[in-house]
Design a protein around this ligand. Structure first.
Ligand code: SF4
Length: 258
């Protein structure tokens, strides 16, 4: 396809949209807040060359208006904020209940908040979180389209793995959240999320990743934790294969074939 020619197919159009989304996300992460747009481009965008009827629905961004589900999630977050069920409450700066769309197609579940997450009260906002954001963008979504949560809602000191007692104390919150969110797919990030969510005690993440599991009727795709991928970049291809399997399960083509 020539650079200036109109999209020749729906797949081309989706690819352009996805590439543009990834590019804008990277620019935003670099601190860019505006971009020059020519009058010709504005005019072209006003007259799309494909029929909207051909378009597959792009997932809705997070609703700005409150919904019963959003209000219920907020109520859970308020209970979490006051929680002292396990010793992690004593060392936290603030709780990290989770963040994202109240009606997501995908929920990502990690282990627990790190230092930056503890400081901001938001999940996956440190270095590993930036990689997760890029993985989500590569799938054609944004963080506003999905929901991101952890097994425990308070930071374990020194980023240690949560104990079974801490996980058991906190898991009811995650079960409540998932019952409200009703995602089509859950992606677990790393061995700890898999172990505590599904009770797979001795599962080696290198063996079980990429194989579909089940959580109360919801398909679960285990993959690597982004922190592991930062230390082992050669495993990114396997993680991408796992995310492509998720897209296939959702009936979506991979927007950025690797
Ligand atoms: S980790 Fe979970 S159970 Fe423990 S204090 Fe925090 S919110 Fe409560």
């Amino acid at each position: 396809m020539k650079p200036d020619s109109p999209p020749s197919s729906h797949a081309d159009f989706l690819k352009i949209l996805s590439d543009l989304q990834s590019y804008l996300q990277m620019e935003k992460e670099e601190g860019v807040t505006s971009l020059p747009v020519s009058p010709a481009l504005v005019e072209a965008l006003r007259r799309p060359s494909f029929s909207p009827a051909q378009a597959r629905p792009i997932p809705s961004p997070s609703p700005k208006v409150s919904s019963p589900t959003a209000e219920s999630l907020q109520s859970i977050a308020q209970v979490i904020a006051a929680c002292t069920r396990c010793p992690l409450h004593a060392t936290r700066t603030q709780t990290v209940p989770g963040q994202g769309n109240p009606t997501p197609e995908i929920v990502f579940i990690g282990e627990g908040p790190g230092a930056e997450e503890d400081r901001q009260g938001l999940p996956f906002v440190g270095a590993a979180g930036q990689l997760l954001t890029k993985m989500i963008a590569a799938m054609g979504f944004s963080r506003d389209h999905v929901f991101i949560a952890n097994i425990v809602k308070c930071r374990p000191p020194e980023n240690r793995v949560p104990t079974p007692e801490e996980a058991a104390a906190c898991l009811p919150f995650l079960h409540q959240q998932l019952a409200l969110l009703k995602p089509k797919v859950i992606v677990t990030l790393g061995a700890t999320a898999l172990k505590y969510l599904l009770g797979l005690e001795n599962a080696a993440i290198t063996k079980i990743r990429g194989t579909w599991q089940d959580y109360r009727g919801i398909p679960v795709m285990p993959t690597y934790h982004p922190a592991y991928l930062l230390r082992n970049p050669s495993s990114k291809r396997e993680a991408w294969n796992d995310l492509k399997a998720v897209l296939a399960r959702l009936g979506r083509p991979p927007p950025n074939p690797h």
